[in-house]
Write a protein that binds this ligand. Structure first.
Ligand SMILES: *Cc1c(COP(=O)(O)O)cnc(C)c1O
Length: 460
């Protein structure tokens, strides 16, 4: 049977999947026996597999889908762009839609950001920000070559390329590559789910604020930038920062002239209840990375936004060597830009941020049922980003044995009930699309609760 034969059966596809496809962030030894759905179609907020089974998309196709699937305006915009040109390069040339999108992005992002550098994923948007910040110090008016490291937050996740991994600190994902990474300074993640002996919640958070002050003060001469996921550390398990932390970091960075790099890849485009998370603390970053939701979740596109001040340090004569020598073949792809423009327009036309805030309230209420559950250690939520941390013992916060794969089992139980979710360890993550309607939000919450009950009952 050839791959081009239109009559390939579901069985045959499964065989080829197991024979040839290596899945990201997936334990392949277990995957081959799991019969994961093979998605062939979608309808609104449902994904449909090759056997015709429907699943509610509870993680918005890994945190990127915004308005649902097969949205008429976005489909139409991509088709219209296909009738013009599918791809042309941004290296020394421009394209109509990429210019329009840059203007639209500058209009909606914090006011000091005026320049848009395109790439194609969150990781590349972060790489670009790191390289821009590093080069900026060497080329700024009072050049400063001592800025050779970055400060980041404990348990950070900024993507999987080596620069992004260097500023990341999620041990399970990153420890293997330790010897390949550049050194960074890490401030403790300001979260109090578990606090060290001798602290309570408040005194621990205060320690985190103070420690950030100390470490930034000590290292400011070497710091090329401070990288942060504003308000919520997504991949670490939906860790929600206390109010004022982002602003605290902004103030310290301003005091020591350290560029603040806001990685809005996960939190951007409405997930926390505002278009961008930085808005909630009136923070103006010097560099901002956007990706995931930018195209409404349709196509791989990303952007790093910069201030005039950073941009101007790259404006020497062409032969002066201060050009930013960085780019990707598909940077600023016109199909992605067309999808992004249509998505941004829908944000306005449908008052999507109001909807996000309303459904966030519904999620809080629905999941309130789990608040006293003996195996639910904590429910974390910001906007429509939700993490339900399952633990062996709520009192001690002792985790389940890793071999039980409790988070994964909940995912499998949810799948049997027609809901796609994906855990981070034993944190069950719910990340609905910002436009998901109330009834489906309710169904997502209720199905998740049932799946959790089923799995923890079997463990007792
Ligand atoms: C997902 C994510 C990235 C990486 O984005 P990719 O498109 O997967 O490369 C970077 N930063 C944050 C905060 C993310 O959540």
């Amino acid at each position: 049977m050839s791959a081009f034969n239109p009559a390939v059966s579901a069985e045959q596809l499964r065989g080829w999947d197991n024979a040839h496809v290596w899945h990201p962030f997936t334990a392949m030894s277990a995957y081959v026996d799991e019969h994961a759905p093979i998605i062939a179609d979608a309808d609104g907020f449902d994904l449909i597999d090759v056997d015709g089974r429907k699943y509610l998309d509870g993680i918005s196709s890994l945190w990127c889908n915004v308005h649902g699937h097969r949205v008429p305006e976005i489909d139409g915009a991509v088709r219209a762009q296909l009738n013009r040109v599918g791809h042309s390069t941004m290296l020394g040339l421009s394209s109509e839609v990429s210019i329009r999108l840059a203007k639209a992005l500058v209009d909606i992002t914090p006011g000091n950001l005026t320049k848009v550098f395109y790439s194609d994923s969150g990781a590349t948007a972060v790489e670009v920000a790191l390289k821009l910040a590093y080069q900026y110090h060497q080329q700024k008016p009072a050049a400063d070559s001592a800025r050779d490291t970055f400060i980041s937050v404990g348990n950070a996740y900024h993507g999987d390329t080596l620069g992004s991994v260097s500023v990341g600190s999620m041990d399970v994902f990153h420890r293997t590559y330790r010897n390949l990474l550049f050194p960074t300074v890490s401030v403790p993640s300001p979260v109090a789910t578990r606090v060290p002996d001798g602290y309570d919640r408040d005194s621990w958070l205060q320690f985190c604020f103070d420690r950030a002050t100390e470490l930034i003060t000590e290292n400011h001469r070497r710091a090329a930038g401070f990288v942060i996921e504003p308000l919520v550390q997504g991949a670490a398990g939906i860790l929600v920062h206390p109010n004022g932390y982002l602003k605290h970091i902004r103030q310290l960075c301003s005091q020591f002239q350290i560029p603040l790099i806001a990685d809005e890849v996960a939190v951007g485009f409405g997930r926390t209840g505002t278009m961008f998370a930085c808005e909630q603390e009136a923070v103006l970053p010097d560099l901002m990375c956007v990706a995931k939701g930018i195209t409404g979740g349709y196509l791989p596109l990303a952007a790093t936004l910069a201030t005039d001040e950073i941009y101007e340090a790259f404006l020497g004569a062409p032969d002066a060597g201060c050009t930013f020598f960085h780019g990707h073949t598909y940077t600023g792809n016109p199909l992605g830009c067309a999808a992004a423009l249509a998505s941004l327009q829908r944000f306005q036309q449908h008052n999507l941020l109001d909807h996000v805030n309303a459904v966030a309230g519904l999620i809080t209420e629905r999941l309130g049922q789990l608040a006293n559950h003996r195996h639910v250690g904590e429910i974390r939520q910001k906007g429509i980003m939700v993490g339900i941390e399952l633990v062996h013992d709520k009192q001690t916060m002792d985790p389940f044995a890793a071999t039980l794969r409790v988070g994964h089992q909940v995912t499998v139980a949810a799948r049997r009930r027609g809901l796609i979710i994906r855990p981070l360890g034993d944190v069950v993550v719910l990340m609905p699309a910002p436009a998901m309607p109330f009834l489906l939000i309710q169904k997502m919450c209720d199905t998740t609760i049932e799946a959790i009950e089923e799995v923890v009952c079997q463990l007792e």
